[in-house]
Write a new protein. Structure first.
Length: 397
């Protein structure tokens, strides 16, 4: 791929921000558990993040017509830096066991800003990369992201052994500051600014684009099915699976999680190495990727052998990524670049809102029918996704 300054700066700033996100969550969860001794309180962290990002995906379109995209991106990251700095001051000087709820307001604020920044960063990519190189660019981004996900959680845990959570969060402030500076160096991209547009038009623009674009309507349906199916992979459900289906200790929960991320990484590398093939036959990568993921998920829910579960977890991550990267590229090519951001925010609204509801519903379903049945149902939903793609493969070409 032709070396592109903006692409490299965007990837670097996003990577540093992602590292900081993991490290700060490790520190915050550690602080909460040390203060309360409650796993339930700690589990409110992901719920807070999901809720805040859902709210953000609803309100972000209201700002898109009023401010330049680079302005929104830089100041959202700067806002995260400021919120985290305030959290450090609070933890050092005002923290005690009865006022820990303040932490959740900071977590929510950071997630609100993330919900604004994430679709902008995705929408920037097609502006910085030639259309023919989109598959490779998306693969590189996903490869780096998965490497960071694998390493950051492990390294974050090791850092807690060397540093206090307060120091870890303070280091993340530095990460966020560097990321903000790098984002400021990015070249701005064109975007329609219309301060006179009505609030309703700003809010509905992405939904109108999806409605008018046949392939995006199918992708929206796929996202709905996949979001429900993906809720079985949340930590709480996977922990129950390890305990009740595999009859193993909690370390196997970590092994299976790690195996899934390794599969994602391998899938990203394959798409990057064979980007031309992936781009040419993307409808088959998406359709059969979902089909194989569905079959493997059904097998995953049916077995009782821990080593086989790890192998299947790698394979599910691999086939999922072989599907996700071409699908991401289709979204980026489906509408004019100027409308891409509103499409991402609309898809994000569905994804975050439905994921929160699905996570709760899956937890109830596990209590009613057992964890095995839930994984099997997840696999069936992925088979339906493959049916949507293969039945409409001309749209995805």
């Amino acid at each position: 791929m032709k070396q592109n300054k903006n692409f490299i700066v965007l990837l670097t700033s996003q990577s540093i921000a992602n590292l900081g996100d993991v490290f700060y969550l490790v520190g915050v969860i550690s602080v909460l558990y040390d203060l309360t001794g409650s796993a339930t309180i700690s589990s409110i962290v992901p719920f807070t993040i999901t809720t805040a990002m859902f709210i953000s995906s609803l309100v972000t379109p209201l700002f898109l017509g009023k401010y330049r995209l680079k302005f929104l991106l830089v100041w959202s990251q700067a806002g995260k830096t400021l919120l985290l700095a305030l959290l450090v001051v609070f933890l050092l000087f005002f923290m005690h066991s009865t006022n820990y709820w303040y932490i959740f307001f900071v977590i929510g604020g950071i997630a609100l800003l993330d919900g604004c920044a994430n679709p902008i960063m995705r929408a920037f990519l097609p502006h910085y990369v030639e259309d023919a190189q989109l598959i490779k660019a998306n693969s590189i981004v996903e490869t780096v992201t998965q490497l960071l996900q694998i390493g950051a959680w492990l390294f974050g845990g090791l850092l807690l052994l060397l540093l206090s959570p307060n120091w870890l969060i303070l280091i993340v402030c530095g990460f966020f500051l560097v990321s903000t500076i790098l984002m400021w160096l990015l070249e701005d991209v064109s975007h329609e600014e219309n301060e006179k547009d009505t609030l309703w038009n700003q809010f509905s623009e992405g939904w109108i684009s999806i409605k008018k674009t046949p392939v995006l309507k199918k992708i929206m349906l796929m996202d709905i099915l996949e979001t429900i199916a993906g809720a079985v992979w949340i930590a709480a459900i996977l922990y129950i699976y390890v305990e009740t289906a595999l009859h193993e200790g909690e370390q196997w929960w970590g092994f299976i999680n790690g195996a899934f991320f390794i599969g994602l990484l391998v899938g990203s590398i394959i798409c990057m190495k064979y980007s031309t093939v992936t781009d040419t036959y993307k409808q088959y990568f998406i359709g059969y990727g979902a089909f194989i993921s569905g079959i493997l998920t059904i097998l995953f829910g049916s077995i009782s052998f821990p080593l086989l579960a790890i192998i299947l977890s790698v394979a599910i991550g691999l086939t999922s990524q072989l599907k996700n990267i071409p699908q991401q590229t289709i979204i980026q090519r489906s509408v004019p670049k100027e409308k891409l951001l509103t499409v991402y925010t609309s898809l994000g609204t569905v994804g975050t809102g439905l994921f929160g509801i699905s996570s709760l519903a899956i937890g109830i379903a596990v209590d009613l029918v057992g964890v095995r049945i839930v994984f099997i149902l997840s696999g069936v939903l992925l088979l339906l996704v493959s049916l949507v793609v293969l039945k409409n493969r001309r749209l995805f070409n």
